[in-house]
Write a protein that binds this ligand. Structure first.
Ligand code: A3P
Length: 346
C-alpha cells in the first residue's frame, strides 16, 4: 500500500516536473531576441553529415547555422569542420546601407532562407582603414561557417556613405551583388537623429533639438552639413557607387514596405540573389506588442529584433518636416530615375 502510494507520488512528481520544464523551455524559445543568440536547440546529436546533400529543410538548416556558430565559438578542430563540410566563404552579397534603412531587419529576414548565412556583427572591413589593412583573410575569418552551396551575407551600413568603399569592394569581387535598403529620406533623418539622441541620453548628455540641427541658423535653409541630412541624399552616394558597379548589380529594397509588408520585398531579394523562393508568410508574423514583424524559424524558435530597432521618434515641427521633404524631393526624383524604382515619397 505504502509502496504504491510512493510510486503514485513519484509519478505525479515526474509528470509535474516535465510540465514545468517543458513550459520553461517553450518560454525561453519564444522570448528569444537577437540580442540573446539562438543556440537553443540541442543540435549536436541530431546532425549527420548525410543531411547536407541536396535541399536542406529550413528547420534542419537553422540547427546547422547554430552548430556553425557553436563550432566557431568552441575553437572546433579542422577535422570536425571537414566532416560537416563547413567552410568560410567571402560574401557574395553585401547590404551596403543605408543606416537606419532597416539593414538589420533585412539581414535577419534573409537569414530565414536556407541558403543564406549571415555574419552576425557588422564587419566594417571596407570602411575602416585599420580593418582593411588586415587584408582579405581577416575579412574571411569574420564570415560565418557555411556549407559550400550557401551564400554568406554581411551588412555594414557605413559602406554606403564611405568614399573608399566601392573601389575596395570592386577590387575584392567586381561581380558582387549589392543590396541597398532605403526609407523615405525625412523619416530616415529623424530615425538617425533619434539613435544619436538616445546614445547621448544614455550618457546623461544633452543634445540639440532636431529642428536646430537640420536647419542652418544663418541661412534658414536645410543644413547639409548635418550628417543625418547628407546621408538621406541617396543619389549623391549612389552616383559614386555607379562609377564602379553597373546598376544591374544593385537591388534597392523599400525599407518602409519591409516594415509593413516584408514578404514581397524579401521575394524580390530572393530573385535578385538567384535563390529559390523559400521564405514564406509562415516565417514572418506580426507582433502587436512590438508593432513590427518578427521572425519564425520553426515551430519552436521565433524572435523579434532587439528593442533598439523601432524606437519612438520625437515629434517634429510640421513646417520643418515639410521643408525637409521639399529639400529631398529633387534628389529623390533623380534616385528613382537611376534605380528604376519609384517610391511614394513626398
Ligand atoms: P526606427 O528605429 O527608426 O523605427 P537599421 O537596422 O538599419 O538601423 O534600421 C532600423 C530600422 O529598421 C528601425 O528604425 C525600424 O523602423 C526598421 N525595421 C524594419 N523592420 C523592422 C522589424 N521587423 N523590427 C524592428 N525594426 C524594423
Amino acid at each position: 500500500m505504502l509502496f504504491s502510494q510512493q510510486q503514485w507520488l513519484r509519478q505525479r512528481f515526474f509528470v509535474l516536473g516535465s510540465l514545468v520544464l517543458g513550459s520553461l523551455f517553450i518560454l525561453v524559445v519564444r522570448e528569444g531576441t537577437l540580442d540573446r543568440l539562438p543556440l537553443i536547440c540541442p543540435i549536436k546529436d541530431r546532425l549527420r553529415p548525410a543531411d547536407v546533400s541536396g535541399q536542406i529543410p529550413l528547420h534542419t538548416l537553422q540547427h546547422k547555422q547554430a552548430l556553425g556558430l557553436k563550432l566557431h565559438r568552441r575553437n572546433s578542430t579542422k577535422e570536425q569542420l571537414r566532416t560537416l563540410r563547413l567552410i568560410k566563404q567571402l560574401p557574395r552579397a553585401i547590404i551596403i546601407g543605408v543606416r537606419k534603412g532597416g539593414t538589420r531587419a533585412l539581414l535577419e529576414m534573409l537569414s530565414l532562407h536556407p541558403a543564406v548565412v549571415k555574419a552576425s556583427q557588422e564587419v566594417h572591413f571596407f570602411d575602416n582603414d585599420k580593418n582593411y589593412a588586415c587584408g582579405v583573410d581577416w575579412y574571411l575569418k569574420k564570415m560565418p561557417f557555411s556549407f559550400p552551396h550557401q551564400i554568406s551575407i554581411e551588412k555594414s551600413p557605413a559602406y554606403f556613405i564611405t568614399e573608399e568603399v566601392p573601389e575596395r569592394i570592386f577590387k575584392m569581387n567586381p561581380s558582387i551583388k549589392l543590396l541597398l535598403i532605403v526609407r523615405e529620406p525625412t523619416t530616415r533623418t529623424v530615425s538617425d537623429y533619434t539613435q544619436v539622441l538616445e546614445g547621448k541620453e544614455h550618457k546623461n548628455k544633452t543634445y540639440n533639438k532636431f529642428e536646430e540641427l537640420v536647419i542652418d541658423n544663418n541661412t534658414c535653409e536645410v543644413n547639409t552639413k548635418y550628417k543625418a541630412v547628407r546621408t538621406s541624399i541617396y543619389t549623391k552616394y549612389l552616383e559614386h557607387w555607379l562609377k564602379f558597379f553597373p546598376t544591374e548589380q544593385f537591388h534597392i529594397v523599400d525599407g518602409d514596405r519591409l516594415i509593413t509588408d516584408p514578404l514581397p520585398e524579401l521575394k524580390l531579394v530572393e530573385q535578385f540573389l538567384n535563390l529559390p523562393s523559400r521564405i514564406s508568410q509562415y516565417n514572418l508574423y506580426f507582433n502587436a506588442t512590438r508593432g513590427f514583424f518578427c521572425l519564425r524559424f520553426n515551430f519552436m524558435f521565433s524572435k523579434c529584433l532587439a528593442g533598439s530597432k523601432g524606437r519612438i521618434h520625437p515629434d517634429v515641427n510640421p513646417s520643418i518636416k515639410e521643408k525637409l521633404q521639399r529639400f529631398f524631393h529633387p534628389f529623390n526624383q533623380k534616385f528613382y530615375q537611376i534605380t528604376g524604382r519609384t517610391f511614394n515619397w513626398p
